[in-house]
Design a protein around this ligand. Structure first.
Ligand code: NAD
Length: 286
């Protein structure tokens, strides 16, 4: 078993981004600037936005967090987004999801200028991605591709099974693996006899949100396994009072796989680096 160590690879990429930012600064040019919109007081959302802000600072990007009360109306939020769309100082904009129920997430996502859409959720960018044209790739699938490339995991002609069909992970992941010349199968909650597919897979990417779902008897010997899942479970023995579990039963699979991502330290840090790469890219998109 070999570890697809996301902590290690993300650190390498962060240093490359940092170097790039130093070069931009030394030429007297503007550095990338990420704006994040945070609505309400959701604890997890606050944590994610704070992490994104820290990541920006670490590589030398500018960052702005715009915090709004949970009572903000959809119209008011759309006006704020339009201001950022028109602000030449800001290169990338993300709106932390979920939004309060009275705000239509689809409408908000589509109101972000596709040139600043560093989450890659705008339908225009999704279209470009599916066509294999240059665009902002959603951060998690982007990070996974970077991880596979770093460890030179062979993809050509391989059977890749993606479990999950969400807009942010499963669907874009399947498109990117197709572009990597895999034969791709997408499985989901309505798939009948999932093991029939996973047992044939050279690469399994699990993005379900169900702790320890994937067991050794569901994969073939030597498979590459990517665990996207993150579920927080209470753990009195942990300092934080909880621990994070992936969709893969790591211990059960460890003897059987050729490569596997740990949780934490696998896909998570690569996702964060995916957003940084998009923000750097956004600088040149205006
Ligand atoms: P989602 O809830 O939108 O999608 C889950 C998918 O799993 C669905 O498409 C569903 O059809 C499928 N599914 C559910 N039960 C299944 C079953 N029994 N068999 C087969 N398929 C099944 O979730 P998401 O946003 O795609 O996220 C998935 C997981 O990845 C979550 O745990 C989330 O926290 C995690 N995640 C992690 C990162 C990261 O950076 N590591 C990023 C995004 C999401």
């Amino acid at each position: 078993m070999n570890l697809l160590n996301g902590n290690e690879v993300s650190q390498v990429i962060r240093l490359q981004i940092k170097d790039e930012v130093s070069k931009i600064k030394s030429e007297g040019k503007k550095v990338p600037h990420l704006a994040a919109i945070l609505v309400g007081e959701d604890g997890a959302s606050k944590t994610y936005v704070a992490a994104k802000e820290r990541d920006c600072q670490e590589v030398g990007f500018d960052s702005t967090v715009l915090r709004f009360d949970v009572s903000i109306t959809e119209t008011e939020l759309l006006i704020e987004i339009e201001k950022i769309n028109n602000n030449p100082e800001i290169d990338g904009l993300i709106v932390q999801l979920p939004l309060p129920k009275h705000i239509n997430e689809k409408k908000i996502t589509e109101s972000i200028s596709y040139k600043k859409d560093v989450d890659g959720f705008h339908p225009y960018n999704v279209g470009l991605m599916f066509k294999g044209l240059p665009t902002f790739l959603p951060a998690t699938p982007y990070g996974i591709i970077k991880l596979l490339e770093h460890f030179q995991i062979e993809t050509i002609g391989k059977h890749c099974v993606v479990i999950g069909r969400s807009d942010i992970v499963g669907k874009p992941m399947s498109a990117l693996m197709l572009q990597k010349n895999c034969t791709v199968t997408v499985c989901h909650s309505r798939t009948i006899d999932l093991s029939k597919y996973t047992l044939d897979a050279d690469i399994v990417i699990a993005a379900i949100g169900s702790p320890k779902f994937l067991k050794a008897n569901m994969i073939k010997e030597g498979a590459v396994v990517i665990d996207v899942g993150i579920t927080r479970v209470d753990d009195a023995n942990s300092k934080k009072g909880f621990r994070l579990l992936g969709d893969v039963d790591f211990e059960d699979l460890s003897e059987k796989v050729s490569w596997i991502t740990p949780v934490p330290g696998g896909v998570g840090p690569m996702t964060r680096v995916g957003l940084l790469l998009n923000t750097l890219e956004a600088l040149g998109r205006k």
